[in-house]
Design a protein around this ligand. Structure first.
Ligand code: F6P
Length: 321
């Protein structure tokens, strides 16, 4: 193998740049030419490809976002789109591809792999919703971002004796709400994996108020509903004063944490090694018990993440008194 390509796809995550840097440097170290593909699969189809150089990756490791840009592509989900992508890879003589992204990006990687293109996936999404890995790149940073906002919101809620409801990202996965909620001492965590009825949650808030706890923090993952809808429900059935905050994109930006930079460096390096090693082609990097492992892409895309029920239960105990 002489030339490989790297792209970022789907929602950006802090740490993608650190992964791109690791891919580039590892590639150069073993005499591979590394090409950057801009704007994800959309850019691949359109042939937005260029050689990466040291100057592209230098002083970018600490930055959020992605120097390769990202996009979501409907065309790539079609047979015609995949064929176009393959013809671009062939035209540029790119013999192997590294895809940094989430679940949708991995499905695309699997489609290419099934058509004979050697592809390695690096899990990068703040949602932490991918199977076969304990952590995805960007999740730790997002959790820290959210945790810092919880304490600011708590200050102003306490000043007014109010309950604060904080909506965080996670369409199908409550990990950001759970981890930031534990780190930020949330009283109630609403996630899709552990449905708690809004009636029960409202009763708990009313009970907190009765025993003199006027300020509570409720975390809600977007997959479990909207913060404003929950507030309206609570206002309807209790006398609790309650306010919603939707954190939105603030949680996806900013400099990556040390954990995410190190994880990205490890996964980036391993991805290139796997790609260069014929025996392991068509796989994906994962971290399990602090070890980077690899699993076939097809297996990875068909495995759902395991929610940490014990951590959820721990928080329920912490929030009791
Ligand atoms: O990156 C994952 C994610 O943050 C989801 O939790 C969220 O629903 C989605 O991306 C929103 O991203 P966008 O608005 O860029 O499509």
């Amino acid at each position: 193998m002489k030339r490989i390509g790297v792209l970022t796809s789907g929602g950006d995550t802090p740490g993608m740049n650190a992964a791109i840097r690791a891919v580039f440097k590892t590639g150069v170290d073993i005499d591979l030419q590394v090409m950057g593909i801009y704007h994800g699969y959309k850019g691949l189809i359109e042939g937005r490809v260029g050689y990466l150089a040291h100057a592209d990756v230098e002083s970018k490791m600490h930055k959020g976002g992605t120097i390769l840009r990202t996009a979501r592509s409907e065309e790539f989900k079609t047979e015609g789109g995949i064929e176009k992508a393959i013809s671009v890879l062939r035209a540029y003589e790119i013999e192997g591809l590294i895809v940094i992204g989430g679940d949708g990006s991995f499905k695309g990687a699997d489609a290419l792999s099934k058509r004979g293109i050697p592809v390695i996936g690096i899990p990068g999404t703040i949602d932490n919703d991918m199977g076969y890995t304990d952590f995805t790149i960007g999740f730790d940073t997002a959790v820290n971002n959210v945790m810092n906002e919880i304490y600011k919101i708590r200050d102003t809620m306490r000043a007014h004796d109010r309950v604060g409801v904080i909506e965080v990202m996670g369409r199908r996965c409550g990990d950001i709400a759970l981890w930031a909620g534990v780190a930020g001492a949330a009283d109630i965590i609403l996630v899709p994996e552990r449905p708690l009825s809004w009636a029960d949650a409202a009763n708990r808030l009313a009970a907190n108020k009765l025993r003199g706890q006027l300020t509570s923090i409720v975390m809600i993952a977007e997959g479990a509903g909207k913060a404003e809808d929950f507030c309206e429900y609570v206002r309807k059935y209790t006398d609790v004063e309650i306010k919603a905050t939707v954190l939105g994109y603030i949680q996806r930006g900013g400099n990556p944490s040390a954990f995410d930079r190190v994880l990205a460096a490890k996964m980036g390096q391993r991805a290139v090694e796997l790609l260069a090693d014929e025996a392991h082609m068509r796989g994906t990097d994962r971290i399990r018990e602090n070890r980077i492992i690899s699993v076939p892409l097809a297996e990875a895309v068909s495995t759902r993440d395991c929610f940490d029920d014990k951590l959820y239960d721990l928080n329920s105990v912490m929030a009791k008194f």
